[in-house]
Design a protein around this ligand. Sequence first.
Ligand code: ADP
Ligand code: ADP
Length: 228
Amino acid sequence: MASITLKDIVKRYGDGFLAVDDVSLDIADGEFVILVGPSGSGKSTVLRMIVGLEDITAGELDIDGERVNEKAPRDRDLAMVFQNYALYPHLTVAENIAFPLRLAKGKHSEQEIRDKVENAADLLDLREHLDRKPANLSGGQRQRVAMGRAIVRDAKAFLFDEPLSNLDAKLRGQTRTEIARLQRRLGTTTVYVTHDQTEAMTLGDRVAVLRRGVLQQVASPRGLYEQP
Ligand code: ADP
Ligand code: ADP
């Protein structure tokens, strides 16, 4: 678990477009922060800078008080869950969940990998599906496999990029509840990007509102309603 601190973060794309304009945000250890805003407001860009998939133009990004601007994604120990799940179609659910552990060659014993995969499968109600391929799963199950992959890594934080946008309304509600339950249970620092008001108002401890690259306000979901 980790704190994440953004200090005067700026992102200017190669074509000169100012996508993120001087954003500062303190995310506490174990906190669940929702980054909300209309399409194009810079949410994904902020998330990708945190995880290291996008260079930071100016400002400072700290994880647990340590500057990580120049650190490669794999050295930041964060787990990102994408909206398209990014699962490997030729691997089973178990192999997909185990993938990040196998990537760290020799770091984990076979027994350790099996235990971690089973533990994640229990948390996510995927026990019966461990031998299936992603093509034979529902959208909600695929999303849970993607979360399983984040869980087994013991990452310092979870970063979600619109994880529910490919699901139908019913599954979206279920998976939303699932994510909230899981985050509370694990207590892992979480940053969650969405343009959905319901997700913004129900999931997190705090909501950060982004508009045209500028952070408009940061408040508890209740506080957001009460402000003028
Ligand atoms: P959101 O996640 O809120 O929809 P994004 O962070 O994806 O917003 O994009 C913010 C703005 O930056 C948009 O106007 C988008 O077109 C622009 N943008 C995103 N990626 C690039 C890029 N690689 N090059 C230039 N502009 C980009
Ligand atoms: P999202 O829906 O997650 O915001 P988009 O569909 O807007 O993503 O963008 C998909 C990809 O295209 C992203 O990797 C983003 O960086 C890139 N992109 C978005 N806008 C631009 C742009 N104006 N110029 C170049 N690349 C862009």
